[in-house]
Design a protein around this ligand. Sequence first.
Ligand code: UFG
Length: 329
Amino acid sequence: MAVLVCGGAGYIGSHTVRQLLAAGEQVIIADNLSTGHRAALSPDVKFYACDIRDKDALKKIFAAEKIEAVFHFAAFIEAGESVIKPLKYFNNNVYGMQILLEAMVESGVDKIIFSSSAAVYGEPERIPIDERDATFPVNPYGDSKLIMEMMIRRVNAAHGVKFVSLRYFNASGAIEDGSIGEDHHPETHLIPLILQVPLGKRDHITVFGTDYPTPDGTCIRDYIHVVDLAQAHLCALNYLRNGGSSDFFNLGSGQGFSVREIIDAAEKVTTRKIKTELGDRRPGDPARLIASGAKARKILNWTPRFDDVEKIIATAWNWHSTHPHGYGD
Ligand code: UFG
């Protein structure tokens, strides 16, 4: 049987497809290519140009292929944009999940591995963040991911669709051979934006806020390598196959780095001076987000390989320096 990867042409989806293939899994991709890239598709994988809001198209895939489990990466991800365009997020993310779950239930597909987010926690009540902590999203993107989690939990109870929901912290880096990587339009994430400075695509990086209650005044985040995230999806699939019960897991390193520390690390990796400007806070940014990754390590048997932020940035630099225009599409 095969697994269906919805959003397999995107950043984390394409890395997960590589891991699944390396593990000998049969993979099928569905992606509407609205933010994903054709060039990120693995050439030997069957691809359906399909939107998850198109139930007929999904049901045709489920009828034509023997699908054991669905990996759901097909969602919009920009917290800032979601504040301005909440309905865009509720349509693609929440309504998309509705249609996907309807198609799965009607077709008898009973496993889903879902890309959730640290954004479900909002402003955390304690650090490191534990899966049992309160979920109070502070933007529509986080709302959409929390609603999607509620939907799979209720559908699990009523229809027996088993799930693993993976709450990603800050996905970063690229596959070590540099063949695929991060390419968002527009780019809003810290590490790719920093690396645009030594690439000559940007004059400077602006630090969003220097008066946070952190040792150097800048925000602290938990950067987790995309290959480690991808590996967690394989662990989640095997966990469900082995009868594991449906559950939610943080995916983070448990270590936090400030914006300044990331800029310093990027200077070391690229051996260039990175011009920095100090700016205002970006609305909605919590001061510190650090995961407790203990539950995923213990229950999913997940063992992240990248524990050094310079190594993570080095893999990102390998991708960006060899693909300064991303996939060029
Ligand atoms: N930052 C800057 N300058 C920039 C860009 C970012 O200082 O030009 C700072 C941000 O203020 C933040 C840190 O760098 O403190 C990381 O910002 P990112 O935009 O890279 O990542 P976020 O932590 O904001 O967002 C990540 C995911 C989102 C998800 C969120 C959950 O990328 O999809 O975590 O909290 F919603």
